[in-house]
Design a protein around this ligand. Structure first.
Ligand code: PRP
Length: 180
């Protein structure tokens, strides 16, 4: 089956993302200025571009780790089950941790991951998401820092995919399906 044709309109430029990351990194540095090492945890796969740019702006001692979660829709329960496909390599008990998400949509992924990591007794756990879609929220989770709050649009680029494509776009774009 061939993919329905679509176009991508730029929504947030690479320059705007870089400027926002600089602001966010200043806020994170302020929060963790006394840390002896910050464990920066990227949620795979969507956060890989954001975490790469973010850690390079952080003037702090950092360690990088990754976690992969996958969520499943459940129409009967109107809730989503989140499963951990790849866990952290390192221990976080007593450590300072920053969880990095590309986008918070329903919030099930972030809520589950925060609950899981909090159960491991980190010293401090904070969260950051590049994009937030508050209109889609189904949980009471909120990231400590947000890059951009956006409307309920289908977005791609800067790590975010559509059918595993477009993660390599340097900007955030909006997918549009032209009328035929
Ligand atoms: C996307 C995104 C977030 C999650 C947000 O991941 O990267 O992790 O969904 O959705 P939620 O707030 O509704 O839980 P996806 O499962 O598409 O995997 P990917 O990161 O590998 O693209």
């Amino acid at each position: 089956m061939s993919e329905r044709p679509y176009v991508i309109d730029e929504m947030i430029s690479a320059k705007a993302i870089a400027a926002r990351i600089e602001e966010l990194s200043n806020a994170i540095q302020e929060e963790f200025r006394d840390t002896n090492k910050l464990v920066v945890v990227g949620l795979l796969r969507g956060s890989f571009v954001f975490i790469a740019d973010l850690v390079r702006e952080l003037d702090l001692p950092v360690e990088v780790d990754f976690l992969e979660a996958s969520s499943y829709g459940d129409s009967m329960e109107s809730s989503r089950e989140v499963r951990i496909l790849k866990d952290l390599r390192g221990q976080i008990e007593g450590r300072d941790v920053l969880v990095v998400e590309d986008i918070v949509d329903t919030g099930h992924t972030l809520k589950h991951v925060v609950g899981l990591l909090e159960s491991r007794d980190p010293a401090r756990l904070r969260t950051i998401a590049l994009l937030d879609k508050p209109l889609r929220r189904e949980t009471d989770v909120a990231a400590n820092w947000i890059g951009f709050s956006i409307p309920d649009e289908f977005v791609v680029g800067y790590g975010i995919d559509y059918a595993q494509r477009n993660r390599n776009l340097p900007f955030i774009g909006k997918v549009r399906f032209p009328e035929v």
